[in-house]
Design a protein around this ligand. Structure first.
Ligand code: PMP
Length: 304
């Protein structure tokens, strides 16, 4: 990671430092995104997946979560991201982390009138969760933070204490990942990804009203399932008990990609192997993301 975007310009990574009084550092008053870029060796090209959609969500998060307007347009941030990736010269899979945050060094809550700024770094990145053989998941004792506590749909740094506690609980208990229930005690999502279930040939996912993050990958999966498998996704509440009897379960997210789930609370999902629908969705997802499917050319932005 040679260069980063900080205080309005591209600077060497070592120069991008914030002070300890920074509002966002003290109070979690930042909003952020995770964006992937996929290297296609044959095409000698790096493709950024759903770039615009991520910045549209960042703009929404800024409005809802920070009560502020971004000082850059979505188009400007897309262009800055391509420029930064290019300047770093990556020829491998990458992860892009843009953050809009309360940058003022000031004590006191309130959001209003507190200066904000944008920064971004990029890092080489492989798989976040295992995508080959299915992971071991537990249902967390922590509930997904509700829309009565934070704005629905905003990806706010402070909110990620909820996800981090659930993930830590999973790791402490020897699992790979956690599923959080909503305040209604129905299934919400993983600590950093959305959840899909296959049951009797139907593809089911919790609705946004479960206060899940409106995942960009979630929409990709729905689109691929409809176009490629003729499967219309059913958005409905899922009871915890339904998880154990599912035919297939998988997580999806920018980091997680499409990550099959082998067991929940040590109960195997079917035979614990990667299910057929999950496998098909994985294959077409990676083809689209890596720029090998012209049908989904509008999902990706070339860097070079
Ligand atoms: N839920 C949570 C809590 C997340 O952090 C993420 C990752 N951003 C997702 C779902 C998946 O969202 P996306 O597909 O937009 O990456």
């Amino acid at each position: 990671m040679k260069y980063t975007f900080f205080k309005g310009k591209i600077v060497p990574f070592s120069e991008a430092k914030i002070g300890i009084m920074t509002h966002a550092f003290n109070y979690g008053t930042g909003v952020f995104e995770g964006i992937r870029g996929y290297w296609n060796a044959e095409k000698n090209q790096l493709f950024i997946l759903k770039l615009k959609e991520h910045y549209e969500r960042l703009a929404r998060s800024t409005n809802l979560g920070l009560k502020s307007e971004m000082k850059y347009s979505v188009d400007e941030l897309c262009a800055a991201t391509v420029e930064l990736a290019k300047k770093n010269g990556y020829k491998e899979d990458i992860y892009i982390r843009p953050i809009y945050y309360k940058s003022q060094e000031k004590i006191g809550l309130g959001l209003i009138g507190i200066e904000d700024d944008f920064c971004m770094f990029i890092s080489p990145f492989g798989a976040y969760l295992d995508i080959t053989k299915g992971i071991r998941v537990c249902v967390s004792n922590w509930w997904r933070i509700s829309a009565q506590s934070v704005p629905q749909g905003a990806k706010i740094t402070g909110t990620y204490i909820n996800s981090s506690l659930a993930k830590a609980e999973a790791l402490e208990k020897g699992f790979d990942e956690a599923i959080l229930l909503s305040h209604e005690k129905t299934v919400a999502e993983g600590s950093g990804e959305n959840l899909f279930m296959v049951k009797d040939g139907k593809l089911i996912t919790p609705p946004l009203s479960e206060t899940i993050l409106p995942g960009i990958t979630r929409v990709c999966v729905m689109e691929l399932a409809a176009n490629e498998l003729g499967l219309k996704t059913i958005e409905r509440q899922i009871k915890q008990n339904e998880l154990y009897g599912a035919d297939e379960l998988f997580f999806c997210g920018t980091g997680a990609q499409i990550s099959p789930i082998a067991s929940v609370d040590d109960k195997l999902i079917k035979d614990g192997k990667v299910g057929l629908i999950t496998k098909k969705l994985q294959t077409i997802y990676f083809k689209a993301a890596r720029g090998d499917d012209p049908k989904y050319a509008d999902w990706i932005t070339p860097v070079y």
